[in-house]
Design a protein around this ligand. Structure first.
Ligand code: PLP
Length: 370
């Protein structure tokens, strides 16, 4: 008999409520609720250790670190980026008056194709903003080589790449800066939240000024900053979630193993395997539907799953380049982005979170395997 329990695409990793309550009591006692409080400092330190990065600055979400990194590096003109991402990536450019230039993706990873970057560079190009889509690492070495050759900066949108490592090194150390999102839907969350990862103390200082209106001290404002400081409640929540994140990633890993085992022989359904030398975080499990081989279109399968109480997500569809703000750009033309269109038109992200039971996983698979 079919269960009528709704299986959602994600579920937030919530800290233990009693532990959280104890920390809230400390905050209430101190009466220090935001502005670089004790838990904020502790969380920055704990995240540097966990993520194996030298410096981190906490933010209120994952969008403002993108906007702030562009400000800090004084990026102007044109920035090369990917259309296969969440809209915030490109919006951060627009909010800085920068023209996004879309480059097609590598169909094997969903990430910007380094082979196509050079052709998009013009005298106005100042930076590259790639995304580690689904937490799959970009080819950071190739991208760095191109950036060095043309004197460009690199800001990685690493919103999906919490804890991802390549050959034992954090992917967050690549490029000039990397941003993280700690939104409720992410592997690690602080309800709303995010961070910027940087390589040196001077940049951290500059970012800390910028996220606090540009204040360098009580009387000096050194830049037109923004307000994006993480408060003490979320910092405390984040300290507790950090203790649970390894177990949550392992639970996701187990679901991914079973998904792959059952879906590998299914005609017309493909997915991404783990990459050699990479520590993955299993933040998403995208499958790609070849309508001809599978006998059903992506949307037909998506709605069939929905009818059976399994909520997948067509993530990333439509492409950013298809939204009204961006579709008039020359680089948004369909001919420029064939791989991105193909992926956006065939993708369904299956439910993926730490609370999926074995029965849930089997039920999800039954909706796909005819
Ligand atoms: C790739 C990517 N970039 C940026 C963001 C923005 O993060 P936030 O929602 O925390 O502002 C997200 C969030 O979903 C994302 O997926």
């Amino acid at each position: 008999m079919m269960s009528d329990k709704l299986i959602t695409v994600t579920a937030p990793l919530l800290p233990n409520l009693d532990d959280f309550h104890e920390m809230l009591k400390e905050i209430w006692a101190s009466k220090w609720i935001t502005n670089n409080g004790a838990f904020h400092k502790q969380l920055e330190k704990a995240l540097c250790e966990y993520l194996k990065v030298p410096y981190i600055s906490l933010f209120t979400n994952g969008t403002l670190p993108l906007i702030t990194a562009l400000q800090a590096l004084r990026i102007t003109g044109e920035v090369i980026t990917t259309p296969y991402s969440f809209v915030a990536t490109t919006h951060s450019l627009w909010w800085n008056g920068i023209k996004p230039v879309f480059v097609d993706i590598d169909p094997a990873t969903g990430n910007i194709d380094p082979d196509k970057i050079e052709a998009a560079i013009t005298p106005k190009t100042t930076a590259i903003m790639p995304v580690h889509v689904y937490g799959k690492p970009c080819d950071t070495q190739r991208i760095q080589e191109i950036a060095d050759k043309y004197g460009l900066k690199i800001i990685y949108d690493a919103a999906h790449a919490f804890g991802v490592e390549v050959n034992g090194e954090s992917i967050l150390n690549a490029g000039d800066m990397s941003t993280l999102s700690f939104h409720a839907t992410k592997v690690y969350n602080t309800i709303e939240g995010g961070a910027l990862v940087m390589h040196d103390e001077k940049t951290k200082q500059r970012i800390d000024y910028l996220k606090n209106f540009g204040f360098a001290n009580e009387v000096e404002v050194v830049a037109p900053g923004i307000n994006s400081k993480m408060d003490e409640m979320r910092s405390a929540y984040g300290l507790l979630s950090l203790k649970q994140v390894d177990a949550a990633i392992e639970a996701r890993h187990q679901a991914a193993i079973r998904y792959r085992e059952v879906l590998r022989p299914v005609e017309g359904i493909t997915f991404m395997d783990d990459m050699p030398g990479v520590k993955h975080n299993y933040s998403y499990f995208p499958i790609f539907v070849d309508a001809e081989k599978y006998g059903m279109t992506r949307d037909e399968l998506y709605f069939k799953m929905k009818e059976q109480g399994v909520l997948g997500r067509r993530y990333f569809y439509p492409l950013i380049s298809e939204f009204s703000t961006y579709r008039g750009l020359p680089s948004s033309s369909k001919e420029n982005l064939p791989n991105a269109h193909k992926m956006a038109d065939s993708v369904i992200c299956l439910p993926m979170h730490h609370e999926l039971s074995k029965e849930d996983v089997e039920r999800i698979l039954e909706t796909i395997v005819k």
